[in-house]
Design a protein around this ligand. Structure first.
Ligand code: MN
Length: 142
């Protein structure tokens, strides 16, 4: 995974949502971004201007946004990071809501080095059904 350039937590959440909306509809409208993130349309407009100035999205005020190649690379990194953390936590038999909430917090604070370690661990676990069973069993009897 490439190293993440310096971006704020909020801008990472926006890029994540924009990528999902584009995947779904081909473009991301402000109203949908606002709904998905639970923020006001004014906040969305302000953030889109900033992401546009950073060269991550192309923003047309009354239409919607698309990601630039750089924005798309960054969004894919953010989404892959989310997926790896989710895959790892699922090995402990936690409920999906807890996993989602924790991943949404953890993903913004984990270093590239620790993420690399977690990818190794998730991959090892994926290939070790015996350990998977043992972990789930122990996690239930805490
Ligand atoms: Mn996420």
């Amino acid at each position: 995974m490439p190293k993440l350039p310096a971006t704020s937590i909020a801008s990472q959440d926006y890029l994540e949502q924009i990528f999902h909306l584009i995947e779904l509809k081909g473009y991301a409208r402000s109203v949908d971004i606002a709904a998905n993130l639970g923020v006001s349309q004014a906040s969305v407009s302000a953030m889109l201007k900033r992401l546009g100035a950073d060269g991550l999205v192309i923003y047309e005020k009354y239409r919607g946004v698309i990601l630039t190649p750089q924005g798309s690379d960054l969004a894919q990194y953010i989404i892959k990071r989310h997926e790896v953390l989710t895959r790892l936590l699922r090995h402990f038999g936690l409920d999906e809501e807890t996993i989602y909430r924790d991943v949404e917090g953890m993903e913004h604070h984990i270093s590239a080095e620790t993420l690399k370690a977690f990818i190794l661990l998730a991959n090892e676990l994926d290939q070790n059904p015996t350990l998977q069973k043992a972990l789930k069993k122990k996690a239930r009897h805490k």
